[in-house]
Design a binder for this molecule. Structure first.
Ligand code: HAM
Length: 413
């Protein structure tokens, strides 16, 4: 679990506000749910035989003896809240959320025990138009951050429950015939959740199952049409994708469309965004049958991508303008406050703690400010301000106080 320190908190703020802006552009509304839910909710939705439920949940008994769990993801809570407050029945909803999630995984770069997801969930539309919309929305997020060339889209269809059951039987038969080549984990999964064997990270297992039957050959007619329509529309929208018939996802609630955006810039934890359709979950959790599709992205992974690929100093500097003074602190205070009135978009930091100009300018430099304002008795007396650019090779200049805001705005932007 990480602290978010000032050297990256500015990047986090930029990420959060850009995400909010993009979802607002698509007409999505925010939903906020509690960080703890009843343990049962996650068991019933994510599935008893998944890594998350078997090994990764932070579960505890509260004082009443109720079993509670720190949410490992946001979809189950969104459905629970939607059912509880009557948001889903006979309606269309386009929702988004952002916040901390908890999984007791082995930590490594891009994988943490408290992490943050930004997610969207839509209800009441059976697609594939809405499948395309959520994928386009995710693509727009990469565009907004200038990282479209760093991520690739993989898609697959899991078909109907029945189709998946047929496929499961065929896959188990295939795996059983190669049991001696599988590792312990895959043998266990073969019994409990055989589709998960397909995304084993073990190269020997991957080699052993290289010619496993393909899920796409088992799709029911409706899912097949849904998937080909989806592919067609993505192509029309100019979104490049790879069909990956091995993509099965680690949560049980999906059917039909599943997708992941992956990057090669982060090492092993390369999935930055993942989601799909989960048409059965609303009913499974006590509501009326309601189609649903959504995704969640790992915000740590997004921030890591941005800090790896781009200079993010701009996001994380404390000040744009640093106000220094000697002997005229009250004048300096008034000048700084006036500037905050007239230039609300600028970060204006006032030097505190005294010292000569040299010492104060050193401090100014550390804040990352682009310009310092110097105020001495001369300036105070004549209502002037001296402006000193701290970056580049601009000249120091003294201007009338009334012209200061305009001068600074020109220098900072
Ligand atoms: P998920 O694949 O479990 O799906 O997680 C989505 C994303 O969250 C991952 O692709 C990854 O970027 C990030 N993530 C997951 N675990 C960690 C971790 N331990 N540390 C850092 N980042 C992590 C879901 O959670 C589904 N609820 C997505 C969804 C929404 N499907 C439909 N709607």
């Amino acid at each position: 679990m990480n602290d978010c320190l000032p050297e990256v908190s500015g990047t986090w703020q930029r990420v959060e506000s850009t995400l909010r802006q993009v979802v607002a552009n698509y007409g999505y509304q925010e939903i906020r749910t509690p960080i703890v839910e009843s343990t049962d909710l996650f068991k019933r939705s994510i599935g008893e035989v998944t890594d998350i439920v078997e090994k990764e949940m932070y579960t505890f008994e509260d004082r009443n003896g109720d079993s509670l769990t720190l949410r490992p993801e946001g979809t189950a809570s969104t459905v629970r809240a939607g059912n509880e407050h009557g948001l889903l029945y006979n309606q269309q909803q386009r929702l988004w959320y952002m916040g901390p999630m908890f999984r007791h995984e082995r930590p490594q770069k891009g994988r943490y025990r408290q992490f943050h997801q930004f997610g969207v969930e839509t209800y009441g539309i059976d697609g594939p138009d809405i499948d395309v919309e959520v994928i386009l929305l995710s693509a727009r997020i990469w565009k907004a951050f200038g990282i479209s060339d760093q991520v690739t889209l993989q898609i697959n269809s899991l078909g109907s429950n029945e189709a998946r059951q047929n496929y499961r039987d065929a896959l188990v038969e295939y795996l059983k015939a190669r049991a001696e080549k599988l590792d312990e984990d895959s043998l266990r999964r073969m019994e409990t959740n055989p589709l998960r064997v397909l995304d084993s990270k073990n190269p020997d297992v991957q080699a052993a199952i290289a010619d496993a039957p393909s899920l796409l050959d088992y799709l029911d007619e409706e899912s097949k049409t849904h998937f080909s329509n989806l592919c067609e529309r993505l192509t029309q929208a100019g979104i490049q994708y790879q069909v990956n018939s091995r993509l099965v996802r680690g949560l049980d609630y999906y059917n039909r469309t599943v997708f992941e955006w992956v990057t090669e810039s982060l090492g092993a934890q390369g999935t930055v965004c993942a989601g799909g359709r989960y048409d059965g979950l609303v009913e499974q959790l006590g509501g009326k049958a309601t189609p649903a599709v959504g995704f969640a992205m790992g915000m740590e992974r997004l921030v890591l991508l941005l800090t790896t690929l781009q200079a993010t100093d701009e996001d994380n500097r404390a000040a744009d303008v640093y106000v220094t003074s000697m002997g005229v602190e009250t004048y300096a205070l008034t000048v700084a406050e006036q500037l905050r009135d007239s230039c609300p978009e600028l970060r204006i930091m006032m030097h505190c703690g005294g010292g000569n100009f040299k010492k104060q300018l050193k401090r100014a430099d550390k804040t990352g400010a682009t310009v310092a304002v110097l105020l001495g008795s001369d300036e105070a007396e004549k209502q002037l301000a001296t402006v000193k650019p701290l970056r580049g090779d601009g000249e120091q200049e003294t201007v009338a106080l009334s012209a200061l805001a305009e001068k600074l705005a020109g220098l900072v932007n």
